[in-house]
Design a protein around this ligand. Structure first.
Ligand code: ADP
Ligand code: MG
Length: 696
């Protein structure tokens, strides 16, 4: 597609072409992210003011914006400088005052001649026991009262932009709205009762009542859908592009897998079996796999990923698993060692700490195919790391990765299958927005036999009781985590808090019983501290949030989180997931400092109520909002102007299936609906998608 369709030109012109918008105003509009008429049109009123004419101010609950017909009475100019100018007026039932500061008397005399009737509209409030309207928004002769909109839209403002300016500019932009061919499936449009795009945009800027401003208003809903649909089309095109690149068909023979399965002391869960099969199908197909494995902590993702890695090996190739941190890479490696032994494959670890001759020999073995599965940190993607035949890359815990980064990963040229694992359950709407270009396998079933974790909230005033409980736990031969507060100011203070707690617990529980890890420690010390906890040499591990993800010590049955009110829900859930991994009953103690804020109280009570990561993520979304949940900028999650991810989940799901269906029927977007959809992509500035079609 050559360039932006001409029909959209008027919407992409300079803002200054609009009525009443000069260069200065245009600059102010930029503060709102508005640079062209299209942006203005996509910035909808947030609320509205009812300016329908009322009989009298007397019937209103003040303060409120009121429109009434009045008879003008006496003018009372200010008695001294700096005092306001008053005009007495009387509506059907009540006498009140219009108030003006820094007023010009002659102007007001002309506008409001005593004895005449006017319609005035503005905010009325009580002052000194009298109703008054300060600086009316409208003052018109009765025969011009219709110039006051019965319902006036209220736009988001910024310095230098008034409601009137915004309204005028938006209405000038509305005159440029072209009739566009329909891109929405006609069945869907009819079922939802949606207007056309042009009708919708006009209606959205001309609300008739508050109902027209709610997200469920058909015009608004349609405009939200357009945004979501465009986003899903982009993801769908990305997905199609990845899939169109020839991939390698890796067919599992079961040779290694069956040996692992035979040696497992447990049976796979249904969800694991399903996920393994879905992955196998993808890997066997001659297209590139781009799949997300989503599962709560403890749902058994590691085993699923390992079976996929074995499939790559069975097909004669190699696999790599990448973790975000050194600790996690080591843990993955450790937990895979026995599985690799059972399977009869060669497993190796490569991190940034490999240096010199050892590293060289690992790289050599890798290039010659003597290492089958490599586990590591980002180090595995360094340039000199060459595989003989890499078939599968497993990327762990990449929920902080956005769509854009995955695009880059896919663009590395190699036709490797990609499996992304995330332990952070995210609400469905966000999953669709963030991972809509991927296929998703969900482990929604926990391995059987897990005891529920008892969660309790305890005031820090009772910290001594908590320490006493720890003593009992240690006596039983069990272990505990003690997570120290997040300290806002710096990592250094995190360290101080952890060291302080470490000293106190050692004094209370015995020198050798307590270990310490924090982010500031030299890596070797950190590893040593982790290792002695894993080996059971230390009973209590005092830690900052470095233990947040992945760490697995089944014998640990207590998780103490100090100043839990300072943590986010997702983090609390991740931390709690460190216990309850063995067969003994586990407890999570959330220590809090009073007084609790309302949201902190809500977070802690959700933690007490449920262990379901998906439910927790939905609640988190409700408390925090979509942008916050993943960090919009980082996540690559688009910033929607109209759509609301929290409240329009169902709409997102419809948009995804509709986008995928359109691309299935019309992959190059060449039919008339396909061409309409191209216009939508231009309208929604989905440059990336546009590039994909241009290339493809
Ligand atoms: P995740 O990575 O999803 O948090 P893990 O893969 O670390 O979960 O698994 C948690 C624990 O559950 C591990 O000790 C693992 O050996 C065990 N496990 C995995 N699958 C099963 C299963 N089907 N039945 C019983 N235990 C399992
Ligand atoms: Mg794991």
């Amino acid at each position: 597609m050559a360039g932006r369709p001409e029909i959209l030109f008027p919407l992409f012109s300079a803002l200054t072409e609009l009525e009443g918008v000069g260069p200065k105003t245009a600059k102010h509009f930029e503060q709102l992210g508005i640079e062209k008429p299209r942006d203005l049109l996509m910035t909808l009123p947030q609320s509205g003011i009812d300016r329908a004419v009322k009989a009298s101010v007397q019937d209103a609950v003040l303060p409120d914006v009121i429109t009434v017909e009045v008879e003008i009475g006496m003018h009372v100019p200010p008695r001294s400088r700096g005092r306001p100018y008053h005009v007495h007026v009387r509506d059907e039932k009540l006498e009140f005052r219009l108030v003006f500061f820094h007023a010009r008397g002659d102007y007001l005399q002309k506008q409001l001649p005593s004895g005449q009737r006017r319609v005035v509209s503005g905010k009325v409030e009580m002052f000194d026991g009298q109703a008054q309207m300060v600086h009316p928004d409208y003052m018109l002769p009765v025969d011009r009262a219709s110039e006051i909109p019965a319902f006036e839209p209220v736009y988001p403002l910024t310095h230098g932009i008034t409601q009137r300016m915004f309204y005028k500019a938006a209405h000038s932009a509305l005159e440029r709205v072209p009739e566009l061919d329909e891109w929405i499936d006609l069945g869907q449009k009819k079922k939802a009762g949606w207007p056309s795009w042009a009708e919708a945009i006009r209606a959205a800027h001309n609300p008739k009542s508050l109902a027209d401003i709610t997200a469920t208003d058909p015009a608004r809903e349609r405009l939200a859908y357009d945004e979501l649909f465009a986003h899903q089309l982009t993801l769908g095109l990305a997905r199609a592009t990845v899939r169109a690149k020839p991939g390698v068909s890796s067919k599992a023979t079961g040779r290694h897998q069956s040996r692992v399965l035979a040696a497992l002391p447990y049976a796979l869960t249904g969800a694991q079996t399903r996920a393994i099969a879905e992955i196998a199908t993808d890997m066997e197909a001659p297209v590139r796999m781009n799949r997300l494995l989503q599962g709560d902590v403890g749902s058994g993702k590691t085993l699923v990923a390992f079976m996929a890695l074995l499939a790559a090996v069975e097909a004669g190739g190699q696999g790599v698993m990448m973790a975000p941190t050194e600790i996690l890479a080591r843990q993955h490696h450790e937990s895979l060692v026995p599985l690799a032994r059972d399977a009869g494959v060669v497993l190796e670890l490569l991190t940034g700490r490999d240096k010199g001759a050892e590293r060289t020999s690992k790289l050599k073995a890798l290039a010659e195919g003597e290492i089958h599965v490599l586990v590591g940190t980002h180090a595995v993607f360094q340039e000199d790391v060459q595989f003989q035949d890499l078939r599968l890359a497993v990327v762990d815990e990449q929920h902080r990765f956005g769509v854009n980064q995955r695009f880059e990963l896919g663009a590395k040229g190699k036709a490797v299958d990609v499996l992304v694992m995330t332990a952070t359950p995210i609400p469905r709407s966000l999953a669709l927005a963030q991972y809509g270009d991927m296929d998703v396998s969900v482990l929604d079933e926990k391995p059987p036999g897990r005891k529920p974790i008892t969660t309790a909230t305890v005031s820090t005033k009772r910290i001594d009781e908590v320490v006493a409980k720890l003593r009992g736990v240690i006596a039983e031969g069990r272990q505990a985590y003690w997570v120290c507060p997040l300290v806002e100011e710096s990592e250094l203070s995190d360290k101080t808090a952890a060291e302080d707690r470490f000293k106190r617990l050692r004094a209370a529980l015995g020198e050798g019983a307590v270990g310490l890890v924090h982010g500031q420690m030299p890596p070797a010390e950190k590893d040593a501290a982790m290792a002695s906890f894993v080996a059971g040499e230390t009973s209590v591990l005092v830690a900052t949030t470095v233990i947040e993800v992945g760490v697995n010590v089944p014998n640990a049955t207590i998780m103490v989180i100090e100043r839990a009110e300072g943590f986010g829900l997702a983090q609390l859930h991740q931390l709690r997931g460190r216990v309850g991994r063995g067969d003994a009953a586990s407890t999570c103690l959330l220590l809090f400092q009073e007084p609790l804020s309302e949201t902190a109280r809500r977070r802690l009570s959700i933690m007490r109520e449920t262990e379901d990561g998906f439910r927790i993520s939905e609640e988190d979304l409700a408390i925090r909002g979509a942008g916050d949940l993943i960090g919009t900028a980082q996540s690559g999650l688009p910033r929607f102007r109209i759509a609301d991810l929290e409240r329009q989940t169902a709409l997102m799901a419809v948009a995804q299936s509709d986008a995928r269906k359109l691309l299935w029927d019309d992959p190059a977007l060449e039919t008339s609906r396909g061409r309409a959809a191209r216009v939508l992509l231009w309208l929604m500035e989905q440059d990336r998608a546009i590039r994909l079609i241009s290339i493809g």
